[in-house]
Design a protein around this ligand. Structure first.
Ligand code: SME
Length: 154
């Protein structure tokens, strides 16, 4: 099965799973679990915007840093720029925060509230180089749109 086919199969299931749900933590937890199980990534989870920093949210994988400042690391950069950031090799990303030394590549997708403010980021890490590309970006951005529509963030 190609990556695209896997997304085509998994995404509708995840979107159906969160429909009508209003508890943010529960929804983020199930989204992280569903994606992590389907793709077997190294770390799959959320950081939420809390004031001037990101704080660790629901995730699957090894323990991670609690806090990330705005503009710091890949997550803080995705928040500040309000853009999905794909990092094919974390050693080449200035200021990368190594929560796990085994993480080699990653993608971080901003999550918005209904007004378009960034309220969280979806962070996915891989033990392999260059795991993420435009296909992941497309489907993961589609997925976080469902979170924006479903959840009340503030
Ligand atoms: N790699 C992230 C930090 C979070 S952990 O990887 C889970 C970053 O540089 O933003």
């Amino acid at each position: 099965m190609t990556k695209q086919e896997r997304y085509e199969e998994v995404l509708p299931q995840v979107v159906a799973m969160i429909e009508g749900e209003t508890n943010r933590v529960s929804v983020m937890a199930n989204v992280a679990a569903a994606l992590h199980e389907a793709f077997q990534w190294w770390w799959t989870g959320f950081y939420t915007v809390e004031g001037d920093r990101l704080e660790l949210g629901p995730f699957q994988g090894p323990v991670a840093c609690y806090r990330i400042k705005r503009g710091r690391g890949v997550c803080g950069t995705a928040w500040e720029s309000d853009e999905t950031v794909i990092v094919p090799d974390v050693d080449q990303f200035p200021g990368h925060i190594a929560c796990s030394s085994l993480s080699r590549s990653e993608i971080v997708v901003p999550v918005h509230d209904k007004d378009g403010n960034v309220v969280a980021v979806l962070d996915i890490d891989s033990k392999d180089l260059a795991t993420f590309d435009e296909i992941d970006k497309k489907y993961l951005e589609e997925l976080v749109k469902a979170l924006s529509k479903t959840l009340v963030w503030r």
